[in-house]
Ligand binder design. Sequence first.
Ligand code: 8YV
Length: 314
Amino acid sequence: MTQPILIAIGKFRQIDIDAMRAEYELHLIDNAARIADLPAEAKAARAVAYSSHSPISGDEMDMLPGLEIIAHFGAGYDSIDVAAASQRGVKVTNTPDVLNDDVADLAVAMFIMQAREMDGADSWVRSGKWAERGAMPLARSASARKVGICGLGRIGREIADRLAAMKCEIHYHSRSPKDVPEGWTYHADPVALASAVDACFVALVGGAETEGYVSAAVIEALGPTGVLVNISRGSTVDEAAMLDALEAGRLGGAALDVFLDEPQIDPRFRALDNVLLAPHIGSATVQTRNAMGQLQRDNLAAFFAGKPLLTPVN
Ligand code: 8YV
């Protein structure tokens, strides 16, 4: 039996490539611009497996006239022009939920690391400063602080639950109040949220609607002792305003897993000692990446079997 054609666009692990090759006639390309170079028989594909933070536009979709589905590897799908896909009757799927725990773990771990200065603590021991100078200067508590979650979706909720277990006072902002445990405080305005808390966790969905949502005003409201933790997308924060505030001490600190220009991050970050940086590793564990790859393929299998898609976006 001939296998269906699948175009895989972006970076995939070998385990995922092998799994796709077992089911499909696979054409693997680095980015959407390379669709133009595909042989004519590949361009007849009905399905794309996508795994890239670079954009795919309507014009690129038009190069595949038989296209019916783009199955994305990732919860965030801001790299895909979903409106253009919908206009063309192309279904988009993503891989939500399977990464919630890992992303929430990372957010809370970075918050604790930043507060307790664990990076500096490690080098205090390694460099011999402990023996030479004695105890390290005091850090700050992570437990029992006032914390805010900006975007109480599925990942935001996991972060809040972890912080609640750390006896933190939970504040949140989202489009409308959610069904939350008693005592959690809703703020209709992100500036009001930032004014009320010691640390703010950004768990917004990426995309045009949330670009710069954590504005200069939100950052100023967090203030010189406030900390910003971002595990969502670099685009959700006004990065220039954040850098200005961090450099001037108007924002106390930041713990960041995401940036505007990844992996070519703004060099100003490297000179700051009040930031903790990570290379977009929220979902980067063997367990979660395996589950994401499986869900991506399960969506493709459902499509080819004519069954309902597991996690449709449009
Ligand atoms: C990336 C992510 O997909 O799921 C998301 O939205 O940001 C990550 O899990 C991952 O970097 C793979 O490209």
